[in-house]
Design a protein around this ligand. Structure first.
Ligand SMILES: *Cc1c(COP(=O)(O)O)cnc(C)c1O
Length: 723
């Protein structure tokens, strides 16, 4: 018989579990998630898979009692031991290759961070990328900290009204219920810093998100001593008008530098993820001038410290402000900066003295960075063309490079898929996997990020077609059931009859095509329905059924994007596609994970060259879902003719209508001539060997290449270490 745990032992486990719950490391550790799920399955499901909320739902009395279940206690201890050894690891990639950044870290500024569905402070791909950047920085042991804003109402939740029109609502989050910690001073009081906005000195407090080994600090002006409109500055992601916007950006850029100084941090690089944070350059200039430098000297030194990543060729993605608004929003700050206003405004203009030119945050960031980059090869080239007029040099000499985006692999991999690969990597009977285990010192998670592991995917003795097909079926089934449950919840008027009806929606045997992303119009969500009659024929084919799952949010002020949503939902309810086309509301990280894993095909048809990188397709390959995309952004680099499908070629017509027409025809042609026949070409046991061959090639060539591990290493070697 086992002895019960002592009070002291219980105290320690409970304290450690609370600490673990406030470190997002659990986002990419399956055993940790399984443990919290086990504590309260319903709480886990209903509260966005959030361990902090689960530990508030389960009383301490219950937790202590349940830990007397030896099996559960053993699991808790194993997870906690893994967590501690992760935090204490001194043999990371950066300990070997970038140790000097531990003393002078990279300060990474981003207006949004997408970490997890329980912390909805991201509007889309830019934020997800920032979150994945931080997770990989942690895994690699990088000297790194993030700076962002704490939006207490986050990004909007999407609802669809009876006219199929998107409406927005906001769920205020309670900071005590989500994986955050208040930043305190040594005396235990809240740390409060100040930034000048408009005519006022505005106070802000700070929340720390622990992302494995790295901290991300979120600034929050919601303090009683601030005027209400300043308290509301950090209510919503990109909320309000351009006045709110410029004030948020002053808080992020200038406030962020103030915070770092208060914490005693001397970053070696200030990395601006998009132009939103570019006001940080003004604060760096101010600091240097306060220390006696001239403006010219301050500009040179500041430029040495800064790095800028641009994320879009779409005009609306580049913030521009009038000189009047600049003067208004910065008036108090400008009294501290001994530089004539016209010289400040000139820093954000291509032509310094052109008074008709708006102040542009991208221009400010470009002028004040030692290096700048786009987020894919094609986007680097487009950015050089776009900003050539700023440099007056031949296009190939414009100093904008590129580093292609990636994803945090373990964070995006769905649970059953992590288990699938883990079982393989820990299979003691298999000599091949033993070689891998030995190579990575038994660390299966490290092996999983390595190209050598994925290169084995083309070897049928390593993993058989039958095993891969069983996995695909399991994932598709899970998605279909997830969609049915969600459709029922979406339809609040659902009756018993609807319940049965939704259970007939979608078909677990059908070729499942997914499309989910922001409904920005350049992404052309409804493009495939330009071939409506043909698509109906495809869907109706009993021998070779095809189905579509869509999701995505339009910006609250983007009526064209909302019309796209309306059109697709209308088709899903009232056309011959009903039951085989569904729209899942409220796209977020959780919905994204279900979709990229369960779909067979990930459709992406932006108007080239406007998709700077795109990352959702990168989340698909490790699950055996194949890309089907315009050769834009990352797919132009990833696609090699064998590892997925391409729509149209490596060029595009200049005329937009022409481009839409050509792409829609090519989309349909590739779908019917290549995708559908390959998927339904089965052997006697129903296995599509040729399709699975593509899955293997997709895993072998894409998975380890398009990760933030590779990306953060590139940033480190190319930019962080080269100051
Ligand atoms: C990955 C992801 C995105 C970005 O997708 P793109 O393909 O780059 O448009 C946006 N939103 C969510 C929730 C995501 O998970």
């Amino acid at each position: 018989m086992n002895k019960p745990l002592t009070g002291a032992e219980l105290n320690e486990i409970v304290a450690d579990l609370n600490k673990l719950s406030r470190n997002l490391w659990w986002c990419w550790n399956q055993e940790a998630q399984d443990f919290f799920y086990e504590l309260s399955p319903r709480g886990w499901q209903n509260m966005f898979h959030n361990p902090v909320a689960v530990l508030r739902e389960v009383s301490e009395q219950e937790l202590r009692a349940r830990l007397q279940d030896r099996q559960l206690a053993t699991r808790a201890r194993a997870v906690l031991a893994d967590f501690k050894s992760y935090l204490a690891d001194t043999h990371t990639w950066c300990h070997q290759h970038a140790a000097k950044l531990h003393k002078n870290p990279v300060a990474y500024f981003s207006a949004e961070f997408g970490f997890h569905e329980s912390l909805p402070i991201s509007a889309g791909g830019l934020g997800i990328l920032a979150g994945d950047h931080a997770k990989s920085a942690s895994d690699l042991g990088l000297g790194f900290m993030g700076i962002g804003l704490f939006y207490r109402e986050g990004y909007f939740q999407q609802a669809i009204d009876s006219n199929n029109w998107q409406t927005e609502y906001y769920n205020p989050v309670n900071p005590n219920n989500i994986p955050l910690e208040p930043v305190l001073k040594v005396d235990g009081e809240r740390l409060v810093c100040t930034v000048e906005i408009g005519m006022n000195a505005v106070d802000f407090q700070v929340w720390r998100v622990n992302v494995g080994r790295v901290p991300v600090y979120l600034l929050d002006t919601n303090l009683p001593q601030n005027e209400q409109h300043f308290r509301d500055l950090t209510t919503r992601v990109y909320g309000g008008d351009s006045t709110t916007r410029i004030m948020q950006e002053i808080l992020l850029g200038i406030g962020g530098v103030r915070l770092l100084r208060t914490l005693g941090v001397e970053p070696s690089t200030f990395h601006m993820n998009e132009g939103h944070a570019a006001f940080l350059t003004l604060e760096l200039i101010r600091e240097k001038m306060a220390a006696g430098k001239t403006l010219a000297e301050a500009l040179v030194i500041t430029k040495q410290e800064c790095l800028f990543t641009t994320h879009t060729p779409v005009e609306a993605g580049h913030d521009r402000f009038t000189a009047e608004l600049m003067n208004y929003a910065l008036q108090r700050y400008l009294t501290m900066l001994p530089v004539p206003f016209k010289d400040i405004v000139a820093l954000g203009r291509v032509k310094a003295d052109d008074v008709s030119e708006l102040f542009c945050m991208t221009v400010l960031a470009l002028k004040l960075s030692r290096a700048a980059n786009g987020v894919s090869e094609l986007h680097g080239q487009i950015s050089r063309e776009m900003w050539q007029h700023l440099y007056n040099v031949p296009v190939e000499q414009v100093p904008i490079g590129h580093i292609t985006n990636g994803i945090h692999l373990l964070g995006w991999m769905k649970g059953p898929v992590r288990q699938f690969w883990r079982r393989r990597l820990t299979d003691t009977a298999n000599a091949e996997t033993k070689t891998f285990r030995d190579k990575f010192g038994g660390d299966w998670a490290a092996a999983l990020n390595h190209a050598d592991f994925w290169a084995k995917m083309t070897d049928p003795t390593f993993v058989s077609d039958e095993e891969l097909w069983a996995l695909r079926y399991k994932l598709r089934r899970e998605l279909v059931e997830f969609a049915r449950r969600k459709l029922l919840l979406q339809n609040q008027r659902a009756t018993q009859g609807d319940f049965i009806r939704f259970d007939h929606f979608l078909n677990p045997d059908a070729l499942t095509i997914g499309f989910a992303r922001r409904f920005a119009t350049y992404k052309r969500a409804p493009l495939i329905f330009q071939q409506f009659d043909n698509i109906v024929k495809l869907v109706r084919d009993k021998q070779r059924p095809v189905q579509f799952i869509f999701a995505g949010k339009a910006h609250p002020r983007d009526d064209d994007g909302k019309r796209f949503i309306q059109q697709i939902i209308h088709l899903s309810k009232h056309s011959e596609l009903a039951g085989n086309l569904v729209f899942l509301e409220n796209y977020d990280i959780h919905v994204a994970r279900q979709m990229v894993s369960g779909c067979d095909i990930w459709l992406n048809n932006p108007r080239r060259p406007l998709e700077a990188s795109g990352t959702s397709g990168m989340k698909a390959s490790c699950h055996g879902c194949l890309g089907f995309s315009i050769l834009d952004g990352w797919w132009r680099e990833g696609y090699d003719g064998t590892n997925g499908f391409a729509i149209s070629g490596d060029s595009h017509p200049d005329n937009v209508e022409e481009q839409d027409r050509v792409d829609s025809a090519n989309l349909y042609q590739t779908l019917t001539e290549q995708v559908v026949p390959l998927f339904f070409n089965r052997d006697v046991n129903g296995i599509p060997h040729e399709w699975i061959k593509r899955m293997r090639l997709s895993m072998a060539t894409l998975v380890s290449q398009f990760t933030t591990d590779r990306m953060v290493k590139e940033y480190t070697n190319k930019y962080y270490l080269t100051k």
